[in-house]
Ligand binder design. Sequence first.
Ligand SMILES: Cc1cc2nc3c(=O)[nH]c(=O)nc-3n(C[C@H](O)[C@H](O)[C@H](O)COP(=O)(O)O)c2cc1C
Length: 204
Amino acid sequence: MFYDDPKKHNLRHNPFKALVAPRPIAWVSTIDGKGVLNLAPFSYFNAVADSPPMVFFAPNGPRPKGGAKDTLNNIEETNEFVVNLCSWELRDAMNKSSAHVDASVDEFALAGVTPADCVHVKVPRVKEAPASLECKFLTRISMPSSNATSRNTMIIGQVVGVHIDDRIVEDGMINTAAYHPLARHGYMDYSATEKVFEMLRPED
Ligand SMILES: Cc1cc2nc3c(=O)[nH]c(=O)nc-3n(C[C@H](O)[C@H](O)[C@H](O)COP(=O)(O)O)c2cc1C
């Protein structure tokens, strides 16, 4: 099959997000000018470089009642954010934090997770997360949207501090079986990696 009009795929649901999968989940914490804590998951997310380490994610489109996502507003206000990595064990808390609640709601409390201090940013990290990346805002790319009233936005940040829970480190390496990274597929589907395999490059 082939389609080039997103409304004419002739399938039960748009397959795009099920094809570009699995996607890791950035569980992004931010803080607003009044000190209210915000937490939300974003699967349009990945690392883009490691020297220095940089990540991107995309808080897109309008919220159901209009306006930009709180995460985007907060980053524009403070220039800081934390990408908490999400494990199988934290799936329910992560999902709770995706609710479209008012900007005045503390979403750490809503999700039932604990704020922990960071070193280089004022934004707290999720203490229960297997790892957290302290990020300084670098740049944003404003992209078109099929919603006439909004834009899609890619945020790129530089990682200035990395927290790793000692429980996922074994023999000086990250142990995937202990980490259980959660990933997003299409529809309402997720996966959690338990097993990895090694493959050497031709030149190695
Ligand atoms: C697993 C998962 C992944 C998501 N990925 C994205 C994403 O990449 N971009 C986006 O704009 N919204 C994404 N969402 C929806 C946001 O989490 C949701 O709109 C959230 O309420 C935004 O919160 P905020 O307004 O506090 O920033 C995702 C939701 C879930 C559950």
